[in-house]
Design a protein around this ligand. Sequence first.
Ligand code: PLP
Length: 396
Amino acid sequence: MSTTTQETHKRFATAKRLNGIGEYYFSQKLREIDELNKQGKNIINLGIGSPDLPPHPDVIRVLQDESAKPNVHAYQSYKGSPILRKAISDWYSKWYDVEINPDTEILPLIGSKEGIMHICMTYLDEGDGALVPNPGYPTYRSAVKLAGGICIDYDLKEENNWQPNINALAALDLSKVKLMFINYPHMPTGQLPDVEVLKQLVDFAKEHNILLVHDNPYSFILNEDPQSLLSIDGAKEVVLELNSLSKSQNMAGWRIGMLVAAKERIDEVLRFKSNMDSGMFLPVQLAAAKALGLDKSWYDSINAIYKERRTKVFELLDQLNCGYSKSQVGMFIWAKIPAKYKDGYELSDEVLYNSNVFITPGGIFGSEGNRFIRVSLCGSIEKFEEAIKRVVSNKF
Ligand SMILES: Cc1ncc(COP(=O)(O)O)c(C=O)c1O
């Protein structure tokens, strides 16, 4: 490092809370893919779970009509529009059979990802513990660390259907643990929730005074029976549930999520969040309300497309000699790599550099994902066919 660079580093040193926090894996990888594309590689990206399909046309129409009005451009309430909160409450009642009070038990979010951070900032003091799934969504880990907390991994294993081992959890030193993150349908493994395990987790959380944060963005994708953790008797005492319109309504870029929990929890998280942002654009909230009112034919229509794509992804994985469960749900397929590879990173790099196809290595979700890869279903059939063609021509 040159003297000037060293001096600049000292002068503008980043806060200690960023120690050990790297740039988000995908943001780094997308830069590398951009570079490869600039060299003319035309990489097929099967990595990120961002729906490529548009929202329902009625949703877009509401955004257009509402944003043309003169009186919708002011700051909005920190607690969100009553119309959106009512739509969320009705959505929970209709699809999850869960009754929630629209005035007190719902907090609309600018995407569920920010909710993960807000929860950590609201509840974790320096040195407090949070149980995080391995493999699991990397944001739980970084949000816990950024808030000053300590991540305690709990392993999810294929032989245990990617469900937590409650006995192993109970055997841990839980004295400093305040939060536990769970996520079913699980990303990245596509595992459905097991109601018996959910009940045990609620009991476990009650017994040890742990807040159970259920991150639930995938319940409608390739799944006929959406479940909320709040449908478990007595869950509201300890559960905060995050949900999202990113995946099920094809609205990832719109940034709309929600936190659903007891009034006390909503008020606590709002104390933090109201200091971070100033509400959401009203037309976006009204369009989100429209999206939540869509009927079953909407979910059927997107799932018909994902089913067709899934068949192609199975074909691609067969070409790569990977193993997978056909009963996975959600927006990805999780697959075990052949024994000849050191880990999923090696397979991912080989496919990227030899076939110009990017597939996510499972290790980015934690060490338990090291022997796996994850393929996103967010691409057209033609894209998957082209990926298969490229991989076949390399004879994996
Ligand atoms: C498990 C999980 N939780 C949360 C999110 C973030 O969703 P949102 O777009 O609502 O912030 C994602 C997105 O990839 C996810 O996979």
